[in-house]
Unconditional design. Structure first.
Length: 172
């Protein structure tokens, strides 16, 4: 098994974090992971906010559809936003699909780099866009898509069962 496939298989959604700070060198790797993801037409229609401020993390945790206190517990929270202005040339498909893909690919990269560096993370997609927009004072063209808490794990969840390859992959 390649190192990358091993990381993919070992990565888990972490919902309990230690308060330990993340070293600056790892923060830089996370930033690089975000910007090197592929994007539609290489328009890079995404923007990321690195939230370290405890009060802001608490607001993100409690002004959210279904309180997620683990968001406030993580030393770093990345908020991934779709830049709808940058994707305008692709019309409705760009607005409804491509920007979501652009943010998602970047966040997946960050999750894998985090796992490789001994950190845990958890994709939080159930969010109140209006409230997140207000908390972060986002301009109208940025749409929050995902909240990603990152930190050293306080837990080690077991792998959940996966569908078989036969159930999800069809060769034609």
């Amino acid at each position: 098994m390649s190192d990358l496939l091993k990381i993919i298989k070992q990565r888990r959604s972490i919902r309990r974090f230690k308060r330990d700070a993340i070293p600056e060198a790892i923060i830089e790797k996370l930033k690089q992971a975000l910007i090197w993801a592929p994007s539609a037409g290489n328009l890079q229609s995404r923007k990321f906010y690195f939230v370290f401020n405890q009060e802001t993390k608490e607001w993100l945790a409690c002004h959210h559809k279904g309180t997620r206190w683990f968001v406030a517990e993580a030393p770093l929270v990345i908020v991934g936003c779709a830049d709808e202005k940058k994707i305008e040339k692709y019309g409705e498909c760009g607005q409804s699909l491509f920007v979501i893909n652009d943010v998602s690919l970047s966040i997946q990269n960050a999750m894998l780099v985090a796992a490789d560096q001994g950190l845990g993370s958890c994709w939080v997609g159930l969010l109140d866009e209006g409230k997140v927009r207000k908390i972060l004072k986002l301009p109208k063209h940025l749409r929050p898509i995902v909240i990603l808490p990152i930190g050293y794990a306080k837990e080690a969840p077991e792998a959940k069962e996966r569908s078989s390859q036969e159930a999800v992959v069809e060769v034609r």
